[in-house]
Ligand binder design. Structure first.
Ligand code: MGD
Ligand code: MGD
Ligand code: SF4
Ligand code: MO
Length: 718
């Protein structure tokens, strides 16, 4: 008997907003399919919000191009064919390939790249990292080094844990100062803020202001009270000039647990607002006024996101932003920036489980260029040279998990070529994409709708404390595997094949780590803080409200002495490099063109181009450029142009817009789906080029994060 439609609650794991969903499901067992998705109004965090991508979650599940069984590649390039194989064979092949490389060349012979959806999967938190650790390679990479390492490095240095990130108290602040973020399109990042548009409306309704600093007049800039164009890469100088103004005008009121404030005063002395004006384009008086407004606001929060962290001085800029919040006294205050108190606390010392350590830097360096590791990872920007350069420690086999570094990391095209030179490559992914097409074997896990979810990461970064357990909305198809099952089986199979296996005790601990199910692990982790229980969460699938963010300082600090060193040597040691850059900029006769990225509401990094629902509208892949910059080069709106950087060149159509600062051009990231992978037939029809065929792996922040923003380019008629 056919079952009628039923509704169930779900969660969207596509971005950091973690919206609660109401799903309508028709059919049962293998026939079950989602026929409608709405926001769940009773979710205490997302309150019914849903964006166009959330509606598409079911399209991913239904996409005929999605992999549902392991595949093995036969042939290469355009001639590649993908043969479905059984799980046993697939796991054996991958284990043979990885263990084979380790046995022949040592443990660093395997490279691992973790992509963004890892942060959004419970199984990845509970089992994925444990499996990667079992491989014991130093050649670990992730999307974090094209994204957020500066935040993590600065948080570790100031607060003692890399994920102890102060979150803007957006629901109570009256002055929200945004550098290099576009939450109207991105829905917030390192600030889980579902329903940003309504929260912004409420902020304004209570008389608050939002100011945006961005080289593009973005959707967020348009919704702001004030917007300043800023020359890409110069935010560190602007922010430090604001800090300097706080000292100059006697506006500092740091908490008693903050040390070395005087050192900061001296360090920022050279960064006058006039210098900031020269390099950033923001008037000196505006720099002073912004500092004053933030300092005197009843509740103010400075926030900077990837437009700032993906620059050559991302860490200094993030440090400066922390200094602004701390010195104005908005740190740890309602309406300012506060730490969360999540029900699963990945930061607390007693939590030694699967997630993430406090942070470390330069315990080893990359083999070829000598770039320091951060937190156990090397920058994605060095991946290619570590594959291509012969010698001890070279990467011979790669495993990518939920990532597409060919499109998402600098000089992606050449990285793709390097993948072809490997002895073996495997991917854990639900699609054949530009990266996984190079793999010998792809292992596809179930999709988000088929898995249980608790957001270990993003409850900890949210603007309100809540907790929510979401059981899988759809049944697991017969013969399918959850990601955590893949990690478990793969980890054990690799271990069994190693010639030099770790000691029995280590093996048993690793085995134990992989043994429990995510649900058991979550249940146990919830017991540590005791804020709520799995039982309570099962009774409230809409989520449990744990209240607004509260002051927690200095108790929650994870530094040894429970104090904040405001001038950590590692970070301020990068100031001479910034001085040199400023001198160069001041001396420069003219500003050349620089390239920045952008995100669209309908896009999801590099992997939603196969979803028709979000790709129906007008094309949005164009190079955006100011009309005067076009006129200067004799280029007309709509022309084909060639954009050239040190690294490469792409040809794309240009769109004139005065939403862009003069001297700046913009391409969205995640485009350029010219893959010849058979299953990407529809996706490859979406026009566009990859911005990361222009970005430069040599441009790095102190933290090793790629400086994707502010890449020097030229633009000429094609
Ligand atoms: N120039 C430039 N480059 C950028 C950025 C930029 O702003 N400008 N942004 C950077 C940022 S912030 C990020 S996070 C990175 C993202 O970079 P990546 O993480 O490398 O790329 P994604 O496009 O997120 O790729 C995600 C992959 O995971 C797969 N996937 C989806 N769901 C699952 C799942 O449940 N399990 C598994 N195993 N796989 C799944 C998808 O099929 C897709 O292939 O890009 C970065 N690159
Ligand atoms: N719709 C959608 N939402 C997403 C994603 C997606 O792909 N699509 N990706 C998710 C991911 S992985 C992440 S990390 C977050 C990122 O979240 P956000 O940081 O909010 O992302 P962006 O929209 O890239 O915003 C960065 C802004 O920085 C600006 N910018 C560039 N260079 C500079 C600079 O030098 N200085 C300043 N001040 N600004 C600069 C850009 O113009 C852009 O507006 O978004 C997440 N949400
Ligand atoms: S904002 Fe959109 S993509 Fe992000 S979690 Fe909510 S529905 Fe999903
Ligand atoms: Mo990201």
């Amino acid at each position: 008997m056919p079952a009628g439609p039923r509704t169930t609650l779900g969660v969207c794991n596509l971005c950091e907003a973690i919206c609660g969903l109401e799903l309508t499901i028709e059919g049962t067992g293998p026939e079950a399919r989602v026929t409608s998705i709405r926001g769940n109004p009773s979710d205490p965090l997302s309150r019914g919000y849903l964006c166009p991508k959330g509606v598409s979650l079911a399209d991913v599940h239904a996409d005929p191009d999605r992999l549902r069984a392991p595949v093995r590649r036969v042939g290469t390039g355009a001639d590649a064919e993908w043969l479905e194989i059984g799980w046993d064979e697939a796991l054996d092949r991958v284990a043979d390939g990885l263990a084979g490389a380790i046995n022949a060349h040592g443990r660093n012979a395997v490279g691992v790249y973790l992509g963004n959806p890892n942060a959004h999967s419970l199984g990845s938190a509970t089992h994925g990292l444990a499996m990667v650790k079992m491989l014991r390679t130093r050649n670990r990479f992730s999307a974090s080094s094209v994204d957020q390492i500066p935040h993590q490095l600065v948080a570790w240095q100031l607060y003692g844990h890399q994920l102890l990130l102060p979150i803007p108290d957006i629901d109570r602040t009256s002055c929200f100062l945004v550098f290099g973020a576009n939450p109207m399109a991105s829905n917030g990042s390192l600030m889980t803020v579902p329903d940003f548009p309504n929260r912004l409306r409420a902020l304004k309704a209570r008389g608050g202001r939002m100011v945006v600093v961005d080289p593009r007049r973005t959707e967020t800039a348009k919704a702001a009270d004030e917007h300043f164009f800023v020359r890409p890469g110069s935010d560190a100088v602007v922010v430090l000039a604001m800090v300097r103004t706080l000292f100059e005008e006697g506006l500092t009121r740091p908490a008693p647990y903050v040390d070395r404030v005087d050192a900061v005063r001296e360090l920022v002395e050279p960064f006058t607002p006039e210098v900031a004006e020269r390099v950033s384009g923001i008037g000196a008086d505006d720099v002073r006024r912004l500092a004053r407004e933030l300092a005197t606001a009843q509740g103010g929060a400075a926030y900077g996101r990837i437009g700032v962290s993906t620059t050559g001085f991302g860490s200094l800029a993030q440090w400066g932003i922390q200094c602004l919040n701390i010195l104005t006294g908005h740190f740890d205050q309602p309406g300012g920036v506060l730490f969360t108190e999540p029900a699963i606390d990945f930061v607390a010392r007693r939590f030694v489980g699967p997630v993430i350590g406090r942070g470390h830097y330069d315990l080893w360096r990359s083999r070829v260029r000598g770039i320091p590791e951060y937190g156990g990872e090397l920058p994605a920007a060095v991946m290619r040279e570590e594959i291509e350069t012969p010698g001890e420690g070279r990467i011979h086999a790669m495993l990518t998990i939920a990532g597409n570094p060919e499109l998402s990391t600098p000089d992606g095209k050449r990285l793709g070529e390097a993948f072809d030179s490997l002895d073996f490559m495997a991917a854990i992914d639900i699609y054949v994409n530009e990266t996984t097409r190079h793999a010998d074997v792809i292992l596809p896990p179930t999709t988000a709708l088929e898995r249980d979810h608790y957001d270990i990461v993003f409850h900890g970064l949210a603007v309100r404390n809540t907790a929510r357990w979401t059981p899988a909305a759809l049944p697991k198809p017969e013969g399918a595997k959850h990601d955590w099952e893949i990690y478990r089986e793969l980890g054990l199979r690799v271990q069994r094949r190693l010639v030099r296996r770790p000691g029995l005790r280590i093996r048993l601990t690793q085995r134990a780590r992989l043994a429990a199910s995510p649900r058991q692990i979550v249940s146990g982790l919830l017991r540590i803080t005791g804020t709520t229980t799995l039982k309570q969460l099962l009774r409230h699938p809409e989520g449990v409200d744990l209240g607004p963010l509260r002051p927690t300082m200095p108790e929650r600090l994870q530094t040894e002495n429970h104090r904040i060193d405001l001038a950590p040597d590692l970070v301020v040691g990068d100031l001479p490099r910034l001085h040199a850059w400023v001198e160069e900029r001041v001396a420069a006769a003219a500003d050349g063109l620089v390239l920045i990225g952008r995100r669209h509401k309908q896009d999801n990094n590099a992997w939603f181009h196969n979803i028709e629902r979000v790709n129906r509208g007008r094309p949005r892949h164009q190079l955006l450029m100011h009309p005067d910059d076009l006129a200067e080069r004799g280029i007309a709106d709509g022309d084909l142009v060639t954009v050239t950087s040190r690294v490469g060149a792409v040809t794309v159509d240009v769109q004139a817009t005065d939403d862009l600062m003069r001297g700046v051009v913009s391409l969205p990231h995640g485009y350029g789906h010219q893959a010849d992978g058979v299953r990407l037939a529809r996706a490859s029809k979406v026009p566009g080029v990859s911005i990361n065929d222009l970005t430069d792996p040599d441009l790095l922040d102190l933290s090793g994060n790629a400086a994707l923003s502010g890449v020097p380019v030229t633009v000429a008629p094609a």
